[in-house]
Design a binder for this molecule. Sequence first.
Ligand code: NFS
Ligand code: SF4
Length: 572
Amino acid sequence: MEPKERSSDKAAQEAIQLMADEGIENAWDRLDAQKPQCGFGKQGVCCRICAMGPCRVSKKAPLGVCGADADTIVARNFLRSVACGVAAHSDHGRTVAEVFIAAAKGEAKDYKLKDTAKLMRLAREFGVKTDGRDINEIGVEVGEIALKEFGKSEGHQLMTNRAPKSRQEIWDKHGVRPRAIDREVTESLHRSSMGVDQDYKNILKHASRVALADGWGGAMLATELQDVLFGTPYPGRGEVNMGVIKADEVNIIVHGHEPILSEMIAAASQDPELLEEAKKVGANGITVAGTCCTANELLMRHGIPVAGNFLNQELVIATGAIELMAVDVQCVMQGLGQVAAHYHTKLITTADKAKIQGVEHVSMDETKAFDTAKVLVKRAIDNFKNRGEVHIPQYKQKAVGGFSFETIKYMLGGSFRESFRPLNDNIMNGRIRGIAGIVGCTNPKVTQDYSHTTLVKELIKRNVLVLTTGCATIACGKQGLNNPSIALEYAGAGLREVCETVGIPPVLACGSCIDNSRLLVACSELVSEGGLGDELAGLPVVGACLESIHEKALAIGQYFVASGLLVVFAEE
Ligand code: NFS
Ligand code: SF4
């Protein structure tokens, strides 16, 4: 397959060709080797949950050995996938909560509670007393309440109270308001095991419940606590695509999802001593760039450059200019090890729950986070001398990122009356026809980034305001769609007028996949602002994920659905 069929991103095309010339495999080649992929698996009608199986249902044999039919098997597989996605986001949230508490207690001295205004808002929401109390004391209590959300024995997810009353009533009526996050995940595994829940409607109902434990639970907690720890994102400029890698500097790629690691590496790369060391080896500086959601987190908060999205992770190494890639959790391909072995790139895993056979592991301990980050940066500097030939595709685009819920509210209403009112008004008067959340991954089964960016252009042309997260954000960024001056050219007249008046681009980069929880809060705000109906289901809002790969995307899709929103999903 030609590089341009594999990716619509010019930098990626160049790197794909480079790898082909050198005979190094990447995800696209491995996909080709996997073809034809199993039709039963594709349809979700393969069950290997018990040892009487594996059972594959077909016309000839419509029931599994236990008698399970296709509906049950598909629903069980779906529930397990959603639960796994929820577990991933939520476990990220739990790590953040633990670091949050350690920071407040002064045990993780490199982290501080930065956004104290947001902390106070959370304290009020959680019923924590604030009068006359030390900020860290409040932080410990807020953090402990957040941590309890994972395993508490009674009550529902606290943040479901943020949804409009009408939506909460629907959840209660159907019995899907989520309890403790761990409980919903555990129950998903139980219900989908052999001989338990065998009514597909009942199984899917629990898929909603466990997904809601993510959107209004684990992912939302992760987002809120990260904002307090690292600062609530505010619009700032950055650059996106492989051209951000610098031929004359030490390049470090941070890849994965938790800013706990990447924030520290970014800070360590500014350390004067280390910059001096870099000079000594002949480098003009140290560049830190991100891939996947970690990149979005850093772009959102610090304007740190983004080297690419999911399918770029192997390609960036093929530039030959990456001294070190530090990875933590999620969406990290095992194939990175083989690619790195062809170059001088040092690949290092950092999360104790995510190691790769044959790859060096440096444990990221939150109590000595900055020191660990410095060790990693030093390793990168020492590796600079081992570089061979360098080919950096010279493509990059300017991007504005950092559209948190708070920022959007502020930009719309101004500092004196932060509010969504202008947005509601412009939807009501027809200048803006609706809002679309374009989310998710890049899948080698389809031309990389093409569906996301084509859809986004068509939407803004039709006066639909677009909010992006995850790898879809990076796809847009690479093609200039997060650059207001380029994106406005595609926008319809009504949308353009509003964006120019308010000073926002027509495509708002809202961050990583856990930041989809920000979209839920924004939708609730649209309802409470009035004029667009009193239920989430009535809003002119759609979520779309056209290049999904990960079970996390299914969790997001399902919590959007269970929140009453229209969702469009494509899977090849
Ligand atoms: Ni989301 Fe982020 Fe990308 Fe997909 Fe993976 S990085 S959490 S799962 S591939 S968008
Ligand atoms: Fe087959 Fe039923 Fe066992 Fe699944 S649970 S593997 S359908 S016997």
